[in-house]
Design a binder for this molecule. Structure first.
Ligand SMILES: [Zn+2]
Ligand SMILES: [Zn+2]
Length: 210
């Protein structure tokens, strides 16, 4: 077994619940579910389809605002963005576009054509915890980011083993990797990005001009 973020092979058992085992990388601290215990892509898609309706309600828009508002404050006027893992409805892309930050979406299930070009910001809300190969995704993002681009990520963070045991977030069978502050710090150091912890489930990673 190796870590799906940093490829390290020193892995410790982290937690077991009725359904799955969770493992932790000794280097980047990512907590993850290994391949044998993940759902099939078809089973995942069926779960995502069930949640489609909730994507246009007011609660969801309010939820996304907790990410979109701080992001907007950090962008230069007219910045162009990519919403990676946008899901079935381009809600965040529309919120940002109407605020003057033209944003396009990509989603492996619902919008599989990756828009061309590079971007001033990339955002990923409530999606990174679903990725099987987050290391590959970070590398992909870096290739899509302009100099000085911002990467914004919304995902709930692992606090400690005790809290993890009772954490509803892990019970979603489509969630397969769980980041903590330590893991984001590893990402920042590894990819030479500057990390800002902006809220309990929001981080920004900056590619500063050198
Ligand atoms: Zn790792
Ligand atoms: Zn999720």
């Amino acid at each position: 077994m190796h870590c799906p973020l940093c490829s390290h092979t020193v892995i410790s058992h982290y937690h077991r619940d009725k359904v799955r085992d969770y493992w932790q990388c000794n280097r980047c601290q990512l907590v993850f579910v290994n391949a044998q215990q993940r759902l099939s892509p078809e089973a995942e898609k069926a779960i995502y389809d069930l949640h489609q309706n909730s994507h246009t309600d007011a609660g969801y828009i309010r939820f996304l605002s907790r990410f979109a508002e701080p992001l907007k404050q950090r962008l230069s006027p007219g910045s162009k963005g990519l919403d990676y893992g946008c899901g079935p409805a381009p809600v965040l892309a529309e919120m940002l576009s109407t605020s003057g930050f033209p944003t396009v979406g990509y989603d492996p299930f619902y919008q599989p054509a990756l828009p061309a070009g590079t971007f001033d910001f990339v955002c990923c809300t409530e999606a990174i915890e679903h990725f099987y190969q987050p290391g590959k995704v970070f590398e992909h993002w870096l290739g899509l980011m302009n100099p000085c681009a911002v990467l914004g990520i919304m995902t709930k963070r692992v606090m400690n083993k005790e809290r993890f045991a009772n954490w509803h977030y892990k019970n979603d069978q489509t969630h397969v990797c769980f980041f903590s502050e330590a893991t984001f710090s590893w990402v920042a150091a590894h990819y030479s990005l500057r990390l800002e912890i902006a809220g309990p489930d929001v981080v920004f990673l900056y590619r500063d001009k050198v």
